[in-house]
Design a binder for this molecule. Structure first.
Ligand SMILES: Cc1cc2nc3c(=O)[nH]c(=O)nc-3n(C[C@H](O)[C@H](O)[C@H](O)COP(=O)(O)OP(=O)(O)OC[C@H]3O[C@@H](n4cnc5c(N)ncnc54)[C@H](O)[C@@H]3O)c2cc1C
Length: 378
């Protein structure tokens, strides 16, 4: 097992760090305060080729491996988790098309997504089916050479902004999760935006309900065989959870650096607070947890890149460990900074709010524990 990034990946880290510090950092607090989708940042990522970073080269992307994507996601999140999410979701949402779409579908939709001209959305969750994705109710009924989709998806990142959707629908309710099929849905009549959510963190990411009302989608847009949708969704999540782990890791790293800087400068009882054992030990624990999470995230990403058959379990572990670390480290960073940490003048307050969702989306950490324990007991 290697413990080091390649020289190219180290160079990538430096490049993305510079980009994030110079172009994203000045916008991070404003993005959070305004809650408005940051189109300027979306354009910045598109201009750097980052929205097509994981899309294969033959469809106009860079064909980057997951470990390199994790380096990018981590560095963006170190400065601004919302910016990182723009990158993470584009990869998540196009992945079902990459692995299960027909050549025609891929050539029709992926190049525009790779250029960042269109945003993509991954549409799995419904009001009555979150963790229990097999309980999907959105129906796709075949009518000749089209499927007619009816139903509602909720909590969809990029909902209402995306022009490309991976949508998971029931095609055969008698078969339970084996009756789920995936579809590539572009801009189509009958697709509308419902409630736009008002969130604790990632304030400027648009997360919305999507309503499908008699949406007609050509049969060729089905991703894989009928009934293969659940497997496509799980494969997609296996390949994306390390990236959510990387996002969490970046948030934790950012908060840790803020706490260390503060502990060096802030004086109490005539000395820097970092030299007080109670604070110094907190910093040591925070740094150790961040490094442990980093190893697990990079390991899971490397396993994905090698198509390791044990990916599911490590992917779940990496997302769980990194997101729990992000929650703990951001909370501790606020603690180290005392009252100042609680105020919006300092980024750790935002980081603590942003960290929370990494324990929830792409499967809650309870669901990750299910994935891990079931695989162990098999
Ligand atoms: C900001 C944000 C963005 C999101 N973006 C997307 C997106 O782009 N696309 C998308 O499809 N979804 C998205 N989601 C949805 C997200 O993936 C779900 O919220 C998540 O999977 C949990 O589902 P739920 O909210 O229905 O919770 P529930 O499934 O109702 O879970 C409630 C609680 O019960 C626990 N629980 C449930 N089942 C079990 C079990 N078997 N064992 C132990 N505990 C259990 C859960 O861990 C949780 O604590 C997003 C969510 C948020 C908050």
């Amino acid at each position: 097992m290697g413990f080091y990034l390649t020289p190219e990946q180290e160079a990538l880290r430096k490049e993305i760090r510079k980009l994030a510090e110079e172009k994203v950092a000045p916008r991070a607090a404003d993005i959070d305060r305004s809650g408005e989708y940051p189109w300027d940042i979306q354009k910045l990522l598109a201009s750097q080729g980052l929205l097509g970073y994981a899309i294969p080269e033959e469809y106009g992307g860079s064909g980057a491996d997951l470990l390199s994507c994790c380096v990018v996601g981590e560095e963006l999140a170190r400065i601004c988790a919302t910016t990182s999410l723009i990158f993470v979701v584009q990869k998540l949402a196009v992945y079902p098309i990459v692995i299960a779409g027909s050549e025609e579908t891929k050539h029709e939709y992926l190049p525009a997504a790779a250029r960042g001209e269109i945003l993509a959305a991954f549409c799995l969750t419904e009001r009555e089916s979150g963790s229990d994705a097999g309980a999907t109710r959105t129906m796709a009924r075949r009518a000749g050479d089209v499927y007619v989709i009816n139903g509602q998806k909720c909590f969809i990142t990029n909902g209402g902004l995306a022009k490309l959707h991976s949508v998971f629908c029931m095609t055969d309710p008698d078969k339970g999760y084996r009756g789920i099929s995936a579809f590539c849905v572009g801009e189509v009549e009958g697709l509308s935006v419902g409630k736009i959510e008002d969130k604790m963190g990632l304030r400027a990411a648009q997360v919305a309900e999507l309503v499908f009302d008699d949406c007609r989608v050509p049969v060729e847009n089905r991703l894989g065989e009928e009934g293969s949708g659940f497997v496509t969704a799980m494969k997609t999540l296996d390949n994306s959870r390390p990236l959510v782990g990387a996002q969490a890791l970046g948030i934790a790293q950012g908060a840790l650096e803020c706490a260390v800087d503060w502990a060096r400068e802030r004086q109490a009882f005539g000395r820097p607070i970092g030299t007080l054992q109670g604070v110094g030990f907190m910093l040591a624990d925070m740094a150790t947890e961040v490094e442990a999470a980093r190893l697990l995230v990079y390991k899971a990403a490397s396993m994905a890149d090698r198509k390791d058959p044990d990916l599911s379990i490590f992917s779940a572990m990496s997302k769980m460990k990194a997101s729990d670390t992000a929650m703990q480290v951001t909370t501790d960073a606020v603690q180290v900074m005392g009252g100042y940490g609680y105020m919006r003048d300092h980024p750790v307050e935002r980081m603590m709010r942003d960290a929370k969702v990494t324990q929830i989306y792409e499967g809650t950490n309870q669901v990750q524990r299910l994935v891990i324990s079931r695989a162990m007991l098999k």
